[in-house]
Design a protein around this ligand. Structure first.
Ligand SMILES: Cc1cc2nc3c(=O)[nH]c(=O)nc-3n(C[C@H](O)[C@H](O)[C@H](O)COP(=O)(O)O)c2cc1C
Length: 165
């Protein structure tokens, strides 16, 4: 894969995350997990290129994110849509996602990603905060929550961008 400067990333990340979806992957070669996300964003904070990732605490992937300094966000060609659906509807607690999807894990960066990715953001956690009811200036967003399942927001530096040419 070719390495890009984050400022050279030339695609609509609202569409990549929101419509195409991405995988969030964390852990080690011995033990890792991945899940689909369609909420999040990229931007600049503290003069660094960052991603904003939102993970509910009941996800198995949450445990890996909590225990890792690094994780990846990766995007895939459309032919992997069903793989991303599976990673977003089944838990790694119950199934082996690489085995079920055919996605091939790669461990040559500080967090795993999959060989089939067309774009990989290697992310280093900078800041976490749990969303909460009192933060909602528009209470209608609270319809997304049922009980104590507020997303944890991870603000993470994009330390590397890899693209498949
Ligand atoms: C299209 C799509 C987008 C999703 N986006 C998110 C998200 O942004 N944050 C989140 O916590 N869960 C999201 N999910 C749900 C998780 O991917 C899902 O619960 C997954 O099975 C968790 O897997 P795990 O238990 O192996 O971590 C999404 C699911 C789908 C299908």
């Amino acid at each position: 894969m070719k390495e890009l400067n984050a400022f050279e990333l030339n695609e609509n990340m609202i569409s990549t995350i929101g419509r195409d979806w991405m995988l969030v992957t964390a852990g080690t070669e011995e033990s890792f997990n991945t899940m689909t996300v369609s909420w999040g964003g990229v931007g600049i904070l503290w003069n660094k290129p960052v991603v904003y990732t939102f993970i509910r605490p009941q996800r198995y992937t949450y445990e890996f994110l909590e225990n890792s300094e690094y994780y990846t966000m990766s995007a895939y060609p459309n032919e992997y849509r069903n793989a991303l659906k599976l990673c977003g509807t089944r838990s790694g607690r119950d199934i082996n996602k690489p085995l079920e999807t055919g996605l091939t894990p790669v461990f040559d960066e500080k967090a795993p990603y999959f060989e089939q990715a067309r774009l990989v953001l290697v992310c280093r956690k900078l800041y976490v905060q749990d969303l909460c009811e009192s933060g909602a200036t528009d209470k209608s967003i609270l319809a997304n929550y049922h009980g104590d399942d507020y997303h944890r927001m991870y603000v993470s530096e994009i330390v590397k961008v890899l693209v498949n040419e």
